[in-house]
Design a protein around this ligand. Structure first.
Ligand SMILES: NC(=O)c1ccc[n+]([C@@H]2O[C@H](COP(=O)([O-])OP(=O)(O)OC[C@H]3O[C@@H](n4cnc5c(N)ncnc54)[C@H](O)[C@@H]3O)[C@@H](O)[C@H]2O)c1
Length: 261
């Protein structure tokens, strides 16, 4: 695994109070970064932040005001921003194909999709002020392959993989590398009761530390707009979307922004 020196750098991790985010916060601190830990769970965010010598920020990432305020707080208190891990996420929690709890659906999209858009748009001006930076979005294998047990979760994760791939290309000229990380199932609280079913089936799970190691690999080696996969027992690798035509088919389209005016 390639290493990366984050001495003197500042990172912001969303969903950093537990699971993957807490493991990534610890990893980034070990690599030398000062880390801001953002979470809805104030006590958990404070616990992780104090363990890594960073700062805690409490907020709901689905609120459009949270990410701009968090970026401003990080720059004010830690002086700069170099690395952003947009990681907070939740499961779909409903079938989503024959009935719909609309409030729950909006919340899912708010946390898993809107947060990533709000987070990237808030972070980019701060990263530009440092001459560039890295953004890693926690998507999921459900972002590149269907998860029939949770179509709404699949929808949100496909959305952020697409966003990372396009935004990554759009920001490459700014020396800002945006990547998506697509882990298989990870042993965290997000699994809920399914954890027992995985255990009963002897289904292998990743650990949060495995995913933190994959984030390190992405930071060290990730190219703009890449989607990396990590599965139990495997090494993190960039997924090759081979054979998929570009948006212009065989032809490169002009750099248009779509939408009626
Ligand atoms: N666990 C898995 O199997 C798995 C697999 C692939 C991808 N992921 C993704 O990894 C990311 C992290 O999930 P995890 O497995 O560590 O789960 P987790 O539940 O352990 O951690 C998620 C964290 O996000 C925080 N959070 C949730 N909603 C929030 C909100 N509105 N505002 C701020 N913070 C909020 C939670 O408080 C929690 O600390 C998610 O995006 C998830 O979709 C998880």
């Amino acid at each position: 695994m390639s290493t990366v020196d984050l001495t003197g750098r500042v990172a912001l991790v969303t969903g950093g109070a537990g699971g993957i985010g807490a493991a990534v916060a610890r990893r980034l601190a070990k690599l030398g970064a000062r880390v801001a830990v953002l979470d809805l769970d104030a006590a958990g965010a404070h616990q992780v932040a104090s363990a890594v010598g960073g700062i805690a920020i409490t907020g709901d990432v689905s609120d459009p005001a949270t990410m701009p305020a968090a970026v401003a707080q990080v720059e004010e208190e830690l002086g700069r921003l170099d690395v952003v891990h947009l990681n907070a996420g939740i499961g779909g929690g409903q079938s989503g194909v024959d009935a719909l709890d609309v409030a729950r659906y909006r919340k899912l999209v708010g946390v898993n999709v809107d947060h990533v858009v709000y987070g990237l748009c808030a972070a980019v001006p701060a990263l530009r002020r440092q001459g560039g930076g890295k953004v890693v979005i926690t998507a999921s294998l459900a972002g590149i392959t269907p998860m029939p047990s949770d179509p709404l979760y699949t929808l949100t994760k496909h959305a952020v993989v697409g966003y990372a791939r396009a935004a990554g290309k759009a920001l490459a000229g700014d020396n800002i590398t945006v990547s998506a990380l697509c882990p298989g199932f990870v042993d965290t609280l997000l699994l809920g009761a399914a954890k027992e079913e995985f255990a009963a089936a002897s289904f292998p799970l990743l650990t949060p530390a495995d995913v933190a190691e994959a984030v390190q690999s992405v930071l060290a080696e990730g190219g703009p707009g890449e989607a990396w996969i990590i599965q139990p027992g495997g090494k993190a690798t960039a997924y090759d979307f081979r054979g998929v035509p570009g948006v212009g088919g065989g032809q490169l389209p002009p750099p248009v922004v779509l939408g009626r005016v």
